[in-house]
Write a protein that binds this ligand. Sequence first.
Ligand code: ZN
Length: 460
Amino acid sequence: MKKENFSEWYTWAVDKANLSDKRYPIKGMNVWTTYGWKVMRLIDEHIRSEFDATEHGEVHFPLLIAENEFAKEAEHIKGFDEQVYWVTHAGDNLLDVKLLLRPTSETAIYPMFSLWIRSHADLPMKIYQIVNTFRYETKQTRSFIRVREIHFFEAHTCHAAFEDSERQIKEDLEIMERFAKKLCLPFLLCKRPEWDKFPGAFYTIGIDALMPTGKTLQLGSIHQYRDNFSKPYNIMYEDETGEHKYVHQTTFGMSERLLGAVIGIHGDDRGIILPPQIAPYQVVIVPILSKTVKEEILLEAESILNELLDANFRVHLDDRDIRPGSKYYDWESKGVPLRIEIGEQEMREGEITLSRRDTSEKKKVLKVDLIKEVADHLKKIEENLLKEAARKLEEGIINDLTGEKILRLGWCGKEDCAHEIENRTDKDILGPLAPKEDFKGKCVICGKETDIVVYAAKTY
Ligand code: ZN
């Protein structure tokens, strides 16, 4: 079902797990349900811990931006113009200055940076926020992948010199490496071509994941702005010699697409599969009651619950009065990584049965080893999800001009040849890897010798 019709499967899987309700009467603005929001909050907590640990401070800026501030960076406004939601009235009265809902927050934050930054002692300045942004998408919307109200993470940094901002980008890449592991998501880092970089950026690195359709999904992006924004927004500092200089800036953005990738990449025909580090419940306990020893089994299940809670696992005891088979089905479609079954036979033998969501393997273990076995199993599930996804990404890249995969092709660096690749393959150029990989070959279009190899794919 996932293989035959991914798009239909995706909608079904999101619905079945009850992650979001897309019946809200405004298109592209989904309701986060309790379960979906729990998953997103866990993802956000991992983001927070990474950025807090690298000395970024969390902020929270207003949703509205004044038109005159938005208009300061010409390329930036051109890039977002078509997607902006405007606020023009207060009641019946026309506003003197039109306001817009942030499509991203450069133009909200940078006027404040110009007030906050005075001297070299204020640098580096590293902040982030997790907020909703708004973009009027014209393409078909899809939960977490293409929406008009976006759950968005954005980090903004200011540095004294270009080299300092380049070091920041290195740190961002290290953060992404660590963070994506927790979601078991492998990715490609591609330096976007000039004509596809973020509006206003000096360069852009796209973070691309491979979905089962062969299309890539951009999970986020890292931008080097150099002083492209600090000039129009007048963000300056006084250096040690008293000279006034513009700061160099970077940004790092990610969105709820992370969840879209988790769903699409790990899920199977029974529904979503959540990596243990972002699962609201890592373990669900299902007691298999028999009439004769019902009470004892329930007591045993509760003791397992308490033991796991004490060891800081996220765990749930499903004691609803329905058949175990229905419970299995529910929790499988919610992607809970590990299930514990405890019935009469297990009770007698001092055992429990562990059932993995990812491989469906079942194993009986001694109850005295509960904590160790659960920890081991969750670790193995995490490793397996990442390994499988990495294998699919590797197999999803071919050195050829045809195929429903990511294409890896020699490219001379000329824009004409890149567009010719796009025309012939009906795919978009993602760019060469960042950092650059070693290559010796010929441009697939003009045949010129080159050391650049470029990736192209259909994209979401
Ligand atoms: Zn060429």
